[in-house]
Design a protein around this ligand. Structure first.
Ligand code: HEC
Ligand code: HEC
Length: 346
């Protein structure tokens, strides 16, 4: 069965909402006096993320966004918040294979990790959503997740004077869809993770940060036998493209083809960042691989041979020690300071 997110199959409703939300491209609200800027701490080796012109980062916006990220009133029966499926200690992913929405309804894809989401260009495993702001609409309206609607969320928030106050401080307007999606996106842009042992070794000159095993694993990761780095590339370990890594010979979830309707895109999914990969199991778009050991086995096997499988996925052999080394390298991408950062907690 192909995944069915009604908010996007109901294309008309989505585009009307989307037009209303992106129409204003200049940040007139910034004229308001009480807006101290929020400066994102950019780790060494990282570029500055693009911040949309109409959603400049301010302290008040980030704190409103945080409040909303943990707000269960965003779901129809006030049982689920964004954080119910995106756990900080798991890199803001969900250890469940498929997350539970309201009434324990079960989703169809594995909840994505949100580290460094400020740098992403397309959202969701199939890239079906073009901005972090617009992404907020999807879980609220998805019947398998929050099963609510943005206008109803706004009505609910307007009944709470403390929200009226916080929205005014942040965007100089009453609670509305415009400010709701922008505040949550502003908070998510602070999910910057760049202080793992790998970063300390590579960008902070701390040569002792990586063990001998992780260093050997690094050479495997960046070598032409395993080919990992061709797709998991750059500071965020993703090419920001859609690839078929040979997970299946036939895909139930057609991935990128859902968006492009091209058969050459069947089974292509967004190359996920590997940051904090140690704590974001289970793996792949459908959470079908439980451990990093099994992920390495998958790549060594050369994939299941789908017609769209990338030519970079082909059989290779690693000794047991080399497999352990590669996994030690993957684990060196765990950023404890991010997973425990207080500013990301309610
Ligand atoms: C019931 C579980 C659930 C809830 C609630 C939920 N999410 Fe998600 N989230 C997911 C799943 C599953 C995906 C992957 C969906 C897909 O690819 O189709 C996802 C993907 C995302 C992504 C895309 C990341 C990327 O790199 O493309 C972002 C951003 C996100 N969620 C933020 C949020 C925010 C903000 C909220 C609250 C408004 C929220 N989520 C609520 C399960 C959930
Ligand atoms: C052809 C591009 C490509 C190559 C080469 C590649 N990957 Fe991937 N990788 C992907 C894609 C695409 C996914 C997601 C596939 C899916 O969900 O169906 C993925 C998923 C993963 C995941 C799971 C991530 C998550 O959040 O669930 C891990 C771990 C991983 N790859 C590690 C590696 C390692 C280690 C190598 C080298 C042995 C490697 N990859 C080589 C494209 C690639």
């Amino acid at each position: 069965m192909i995944n069915k997110f009604s908010v996007f199959s109901d294309g008309l409703k989505f585009s009307i909402l989307a037009i209303g939300l992106i129409a204003c491209s200049r940040d007139a609200e910034l004229q308001s006096p009480n807006l101290s800027p929020y400066s994102i701490d950019i780790p060494a080796g990282f570029p500055s993320p693009d911040i949309p012109a109409d959603n400049a980062m301010t302290q008040n916006r980030v704190s409103l966004g945080k409040r909303l990220f943990f707000e269960k009133a965003l779901s129809i029966d006030s049982s689920i918040s964004c954080a119910s499926c995106h756990f900080q200690i798991h890199g803001f992913s969900d250890p469940k294979r498929f997350s539970l929405g309201v009434g324990d309804s079960i989703g169809v894809r594995n909840a994505m990790a949100l580290s460094n989401v400020a740098y992403q260009e397309d959202f969701f495993w199939d890239g079906g959503v073009p901005s972090l702001e617009l992404q907020v609409l999807a879980p609220i309206e998805n019947p398998l997740e929050m099963n609510f609607s943005v206008p109803q969320v706004v009505e609910r928030l307007k009944k709470d004077p403390s929200y009226i106050y916080d929205f005014k401080k942040a965007y100089n307007r009453e609670p509305d869809a415009y400010a709701l999606v922008r505040a949550i996106a502003a908070f998510e842009r602070t999910f910057i993770s760049g202080n793992s042992p790998f970063d300390q070794y590579t960008y902070q000159g701390k040569t002792s940060a990586l063990s001998a095993s992780a260093l050997r694993g690094k050479d495997i990761f960046f070598g032409e036998k395993a080919e990992c780095f061709h797709c998991h590339t750059g500071f965020n370990f993703t090419d920001n493209r859609f690839q078929n890594n040979g997970l299946y010979s036939e895909y139930q979830d057609i991935g990128r083809a859902r968006v492009t309707i091209k058969s050459s895109d069947i089974g292509r999914f967004k190359t996920p960042s590997l940051r904090n990969i140690e704590v974001t199991a289970p793996y792949m778009h459908d959470g079908s691989i439980a451990s990093l050991e099994a992920v390495v086995q998958h790549y060594m096997s050369g994939g299941k041979g789908h017609p769209n499988q990338s030519p970079l996925i082909k059989p290779f052999t690693l000794t047991l020690q080399e497999q352990q080394d590669l996994i030690a390298f993957l684990k060196s991408l765990t950023d404890e300071s991010f997973l425990n950062r207080q500013s990301l907690q309610p």
